[in-house]
Design a protein around this ligand. Structure first.
Ligand code: NDP
Length: 483
């Protein structure tokens, strides 16, 4: 890809605003510069919020029939589908993930715009019985201008997860992609305009979190905030939102237990334990980063998982054979290597990996070998903190009670996997797990129609499905006295 200069998108126009600086985008597999993106300023962000406010008040959007609004989102889905290969390639070059995974992300994005496009004219109120001479009903109205802070691990899929329901509900939006990975969202802005979205309804502003991100979430004219990212940044955003009483939807990561009981389908559970942690090089809030194995199968399972992990093909994401791509940046690579060091210092047993690859062809990329630590306990850093890399922490348990204790012994509570053929036991485990999403005999399953959100420090509110519509709308209760 040629080095290209990228502008941001405000009020239907590509602009550099008042930016005087640019940010170099690098291919994480090679370190090569892919492009330069304008670093918007606080003033540019204020302009974007202003444009979104005017677009919210304008009849072109406010008075648009819901069905027509939905059709624009369906047209956007069609344009994304038409540009499927280009979007997937751009995502891989910018973020690093294997091309197969980028294709899955683009497919998810198409489904998301289709799902919420279809829902746009089904956002309904209720009638509520009160007294015989009064008619009470509710109307669901859009919030207004919504802010979307997008992380770098699923730049396209996570952008669509919040933008599609916000737009379907009739809001106007300002999105800030992570500075490292803005390219696919900028493409979506281009397609949205082609699909017929009025100017100012979708604005995408590039720049750093500490500058324009902060300016966006602290803005008094924002009516709702959606954020996916670290717990620390989530806390800052919630603090900023508190000043303006702005509702927040926060998805803040996890340290998810993937639990295997002795009667589980062994081969499938091994294969999926590998998939659960090494997909997207482990840079996932829902990664199966803690593997809980029953003592009866512990050694056999670990041996087979080690064998299969060592066969994983590491390389640039654009190589169709690649199974494990690089970390998104050198900073993330160093962070992961730091966690590996701490695991060794704290006495966990290194089963495989534990360093950057020796292959000279990979030396300029941000790669880390797939790593497994056994005999991990919850008090170790690698046993309780979100690593966000290809590092698996394996725990041993002897009883269901012990397993539940380990599974819940974390500040997070986003996702969990349970592997057993005993469905009665599975249901008991599901009931006792402190996690917002649980997969039984499966892992990494999410659909636009399935709620996704966490317990404890994993966040507030639910993405996806009708629950997401609740975040992007407010309710007006109306009573008409008919006597
Ligand atoms: P952050 O939470 O800091 O970044 C996520 C997003 O928030 C980015 O778009 C970032 O912008 C933006 N941001 C940062 N600071 C602010 C702010 N004060 N106000 C508004 N927006 C802001 O995560 P990092 O990229 O620093 O990654 C660190 C760790 O966070 C990871 O190792 C992982 O553990 C976790 N994480 C979890 C994710 C998840 O899916 N739950 C996703 C990403 C990270 P910019 O990057 O441009 O500065």
């Amino acid at each position: 890809m040629q080095v290209q200069d990228y502008k941001f998108f405000v009020n239907g126009k590509w602009t550099e605003g008042s930016a005087t600086e640019t940010f170099d985008l690098r291919n994480p597999a090679t370190g090569e510069v892919l492009g330069r993106v304008a670093r918007a300023t606080k003033d540019d962000m204020y302009e974007a919020v202003d444009a979104a406010r005017k677009a919210f008040q304008a009849p072109a959007w406010r008075d648009m029939e819901q069905t027509k609004r939905g059709k624009i989102l369906l047209q956007l889905a069609a344009l994304i589908r038409q540009n499927f290969e280009e979007l997937a390639k751009t995502e891989t070059l910018n973020q690093g993930k294997p091309i197969r995974e980028s294709k899955a992300d683009v497919a998810w994005t198409v489904r998301a715009f289709e799902y919420w496009g279809g829902l746009a004219d089904k956002i309904e109120g209720e009638t509520i019985p009160v007294t015989s001479n009064r008619l009470t009903y509710t109307i669901r109205e859009p919030l207004g201008v919504t802010a979307h802070i997008i992380p770098w691990n699923y730049p396209l899929a996570l952008a669509s997860r919040s933008l599609a329901p916000a737009l379907a509900a009739g809001n106007t939006v300002v999105a800030k992609p992570a500075e490292l990975t803005p390219l696919t969202l900028l493409k979506v802005a281009e397609y949205a305009q082609k699909a017929g979205l009025p100017d100012g309804v979708l604005n995408v502003v590039t720049g750093s979190g500490s500058q324009v991100g902060r300016a966006l979430v602290s803005h008094p004219d924002i009516d709702g905030i959606t954020f996916t990212g670290s717990t620390e940044t989530g806390q800052q955003i919630m603090g900023a939102a508190a000043k303006n009483i702005t509702p927040v939807l926060l998805e803040l990561g996890g340290k998810n237990p993937n639990i295997v009981l002795p009667d589980a389908d062994f081969d499938k559970a091994v294969q999926m334990a590998k998939f659960a942690i090494f997909t997207n090089a482990g840079q996932m809030c829902w990664a199966g980063s803690r593997l809980l194995l029953h003592a009866e199968i512990y050694d056999r399972f670990l041996n087979e998982l080690k064998r299969q992990t060592e066969l994983l093909k590491i390389g640039p994401g654009l190589d169709e054979k690649t199974e494990l791509g690089p970390m998104v940046s050198k900073e993330q690579q160093e962070r992961i290597v730091g966690y590996i060091k701490s695991g060794q210092e704290e006495g966990a047993r290194l089963v495989t990996g534990g360093s950057v690859p020796e292959d000279p062809a990979l030396k300029n990329g941000c790669f880390v070998k797939p790593t497994i630590f056994a005999d991990v306990t919850s008090d170790m850093k690698i046993g309780c903190e979100e690593i966000f890399g290809p590092v698996l922490a394996v725990f041993k348990f002897n009883s269901v009670d012990e397993m539940i204790h380990i599974a819940n012994d974390t500040n997070f509570g986003l996702y969990a996997g349970v592997w057993t053929n005993n469905l009665k036991l599975a249901q008991q485990v599901v009931n006792r797990l402190q996690a917002g999403v649980v997969a039984v005999n499966d892992y990494l399953v999410a659909y636009p129609q399935t709620p996704f959100g966490g317990y404890k420090d994993s966040g507030i509110g639910y993405e996806n499905g009708m629950q997401a519509i609740s975040h992007y709308t407010r309710i007006k209760a109306v009573t008409v006295n008919t006597s």
